[in-house]
Write a protein that binds this ligand. Structure first.
Ligand code: IPM
Ligand code: MG
Length: 373
């Protein structure tokens, strides 16, 4: 097969964002070289770094560069220098603005335990083994995008945040979740707080209605408090978890911790077919780790894997990278956040070099690994 030509917008962002995206770009470059693809990387200012350079967390040029790319790779944003800013000026406002502007209404976070890492989960091995599910979080509505008001000061102050959903906003993300489940184990667990919230009552009605279009998929509803508990008690029961923007934000951090470290989990955000999707590790900018060469690059590297698989349809390449990472983990190499007794803790850049060496090795000895390249 002849190679593909693609443009990737790279938004390194803040804190450990630049380090981890650098690692992911190196892996993508190795991929392009080894499989005769042509990937063009366009680095763009975003988040706090863009506030410093351009006075805005989402400069017009960055948005334009994202729109014209085939896919977007993002590091992380935010940090103490910008914590004092008003909500609509912060780095986070840039991320929300980008999600809105690109129509990214689906966010998917796969929770899968790498076999070599089942020992670092806070859950006992027998609970965490066989855990393989996807959280599908609605990403462009809910309380995130309603009015936010903070009025007055001191004990006279009041604040309000408006949560809003329309039926079509719920329908489109629900359809995606059912389609995704249809290609997996055919179970959707929809999470809401329909015993208290009107947005959740609409959520439950709408998801139930859309479920009729997918008779092969089983739907169950869970209240969010119960879902948080079930994730700890029996995470292996889940196949696809479908939920709104706020609950998805919270449950996905909980689920990531179950998989061993939030540093391991990638995500993608997408809108309609044909529009560029955005790939990012779900961890934050971790300012205390920045510049020390200790941050785990795996969340970003697995985001690159998702990018190859979901946006470019390059399944062989995706598997080539996943297998190389698993071999590095099998050899006992770790970054500090996923360290285990008996393992060898490496600097982040060394860890990435080991993965690159494994990638190379798999090509040189392709007969041993079974890669047809
Ligand atoms: C996430 C993050 C963001 C969110 C922040 C940085 C605005 O926590 O992607 O999960 O809340 O959506
Ligand atoms: Mg979050």
């Amino acid at each position: 097969m002849s190679g593909v030509r693609k443009t990737i917008a790279v938004l390194p962002g803040d804190g450990i964002g630049p380090e981890v995206t650098h690692a992911a770009v190196q892996i993508l470059e190795d991929c392009a070289k080894s499989f005769e693809h042509k990937f063009e990387f366009h680095e763009l200012a975003f988040g706090g770094a863009a506030i410093e350079r351009y006075g805005s967390p989402l400069p017009a040029e960055t948005l334009a560069g994202c729109r014209s790319a085939d896919a977007i790779l993002l590091g992380a944003i935010g940090g103490p220098p910008w914590d004092g800013l008003a909500l609509d000026e912060r780095p986070e406002a840039g991320l929300l603005g980008l999600r809105k502007a690109l129509g990214l209404y689906i966010n998917l976070r796969p929770i899968r335990v790498r076999p070599a890492l089942s020992g670092i989960s806070p859950l006992r091995r027998e609970r965490i083994n066989d855990c393989d599910f996807e959280i599908i979080r609605e990403l462009s509505g809910d309380i995130y995008f309603g009015a936010h008001e903070l009025i007055g000061e001191g004990s006279g102050a009041r604040a309000r945040d408006v949560a809003e959903y329309s039926a079509p906003e719920i329908e489109r993300v629900a359809r995606y979740a059912f389609e995704r489940a249809a290609g997996r184990n055919r179970r959707v667990a929809s999470v809401d707080k329909a015993n208290v919230l009107a947005t959740s009552a609409l959520w439950r009605q709408t998801v139930t209605r859309i479920a009729r279009e997918y008779p092969e998929v089983t739907l169950e509803h869970l209240y969010v408090d119960n879902a948080a508990m079930q994730l700890l008690l029996r995470p292996a029961q889940f196949d696809v978890i479908l939920t709104g923007n706020l609950f998805g934000d919270i449950l996905s951090d909980e689920a990531a911790a179950l998989a061993g470290s939030i540093g391991l989990i990638p995500s993608f955000s997408r809108g309609r077919d044909g529009q560029p999707a955005l790939y990012e590790p779900i961890h934050g900018s971790a300012p205390s780790l920045a510049g020390k060469d200790v941050a785990c690059p795996l969340g970003a590297i697995f985001s690159a894997v998702l990018l190859l698989r979901e946006s470019f349809g390059l399944e062989i390449e995706a598997q080539w990278i996943e297998a190389a990472v698993d071999r590095v983990l099998d050899h006992g190499f770790r970054t500090i956040d996923i360290a285990e007794t008996g393992g060898r803790v490496l600097r982040s850049s060394e860890f990435t070099e080991h993965i690159r060496a494994e990638l190379h090795d798999a090509l040189v000895h392709s007969e041993r690994y079974g890669w047809g390249v």
